[in-house]
Ligand binder design. Structure first.
Ligand code: SF4
Length: 417
């Protein structure tokens, strides 16, 4: 039997698709490229914006056009939020919701042999460990899923369910599997990664300590962590000399306390700034590389006046000075509290503010790279070559390139930035 995959959205989705792929290969199926004829197409959807939903529907239509007889299985956040709607689309055989992901491989393998029925068995609501294995140098390891925060603009808790996690021992087992494939860097991923331990009673710090001991994995990154969950205790441990890199991706969303309070974020700008300060004090020394902060910001949240936007701009430019700003225009999501608010911001205003923050990001990123020039750091060389150059990221997430040398692929080298 032949199966083809396509994935939209976040690192979590890619880790899950990669895990399904290993399951089908283990069942003796052949994985073929998305554009080729297959018996089954599996689409891992995203619902973070209206555009993502539209792309998901287009992929379903394209699969049906490519192979009208094939069965189309749909999963991911859009599948959880709009199950009935998706089930009516032509060619769709099964829609697997957030709590049915463990069933995807067994039911599809079994289903391929019997006439189709629409219902799938409801399972226990726990999460399953997943990791990506498509790349040689880096793997995304899913350790947590779901979220209990219900920020006013966010559909993720509806799409991925309550906060839950795999046990530390399972994460260690998965990291060992990744190491056995020769992969040297692992990116811990989840929906609210720092909320790890909700369903097992274990601590996020205990997870980090256990993973740090796994032989063969030389570097770890945390894909994203809420500011209120990156505690001084965790920072002190990371700063004590571990495999966790000088790289933190922390969602701010807005630099205005008025908006942070309104959308229900669990911190204010004072706490946010104090965590950044604490990390810098604990991890930056004269003559050593600086810590890379990647900060998420949503532009155009309902009620965001020019004054409130300016608070965000100034907070980033003058107080936090991150290395990178991930800028997202607010997307009105059905079913969220913010979608009902009257004071929505016009798209043209959002577009203009996105452009201003992206320009600031370029400025800050250039000064971050310049501030690290001449310092010693370690780079993990990747195996992809472009224009005769190989590339890689330093521990503090600066992209560097050198003339390609296959002997160095997937090795860690000391360099001067
Ligand atoms: S913490 Fe993140 S995932 Fe959870 S509701 Fe808020 S924005 Fe969504």
């Amino acid at each position: 039997m032949k199966i083809a995959f396509t994935t939209l959205g976040c690192k979590l989705n890619y880790a899950e698709t990669s895990t399904y792929e290993r399951g089908f290969l283990a069942a003796g199926w052949e994985v073929v490229p998305w554009t080729q004829q297959a018996d089954v197409y599996l689409i891992n959807t995203c619902a973070v914006t209206e555009t993502a939903e539209k792309k998901s529907r287009n992929l379903i239509r394209r699969a049906h056009k490519t192979a009208p007889e094939a069965r189309i299985a749909v999963t991911g956040c859009y599948a959880e939020l709009r199950k009935e709607q998706l089930q009516t689309l032509e060619g769709v055989w099964k829609v697997f919701g957030a709590n049915e992901k463990k069933q995807i491989v067994p039911e599809t393998v079994e289903g391929a042999l019997v006439p189709s029925t629409n219902s799938s068995k409801n399972v226990d609501g726990t999460t399953f460990g997943a990791y990506s294995s498509g790349e040689r140098t880096r793997s995304f390891l899913k350790v947590q899923d779901g979220c209990d925060n219900f920020c006013a603009y966010c559909t993720v808790p509806f799409a991925r369910g309550r906060s839950r996690n795999i046990p530390v021992c399972e994460a260690v087992k998965q990291a060992r599997e990744i190491a056995a494939q020769g992969i040297k860097e692992v990116v811990l991923t989840g929906v609210n990664t720092g909320d790890f331990g909700r369903t097992t009673g274990e601590r996020f710090l205990d997870l980090l300590k256990a993973l740090n001991e796994v032989e063969g994995i030389e570097r770890y990154r945390i894909s994203s962590i809420e500011p209120n969950l990156i505690t001084p205790e965790i920072v002190d441990w990371i700063a004590s000399g571990t495999k966790f890199q000088r790289h933190f991706h922390i969602p701010l969303q807005s630099g205005s306390d008025t908006l942070l309070r309104r959308v229900g974020r669990r911190y204010d700008t004072a706490l946010f700034a104090s965590r950044i300060d604490y990390i810098r004090q604990a991890m930056e020394r004269p003559g050593e590389p600086l810590v890379f902060f990647g900060i998420d910001v949503i532009v155009g949240l309902p009620g965001e006046t020019e004054e409130l936007f300016q608070e965000t701009y100034t907070f980033l430019k003058e107080r936090i000075r991150p290395a990178f700003i991930h800028v997202f225009p607010y997307s009105r999501r059905p079913g969220t509290r913010a979608a009902e608010w009257k004071d929505q911001v016009q798209d043209s205003v959002k577009t203009e503010r996105v452009a201003r923050l992206e320009a600031l990001c370029e400025e800050l990123h250039s000064s971050f790279v310049a501030a690290n020039k001449g310092l010693r750091e370690k780079v993990l060389w990747e195996s992809s070559v472009k224009n005769g150059l190989m590339g890689g990221y330093t521990g503090n997430y600066i992209r560097v390139e050198q003339p390609s040398d296959p002997d160095k692929f997937n090795t860690i080298e000391d360099i001067i930035i």
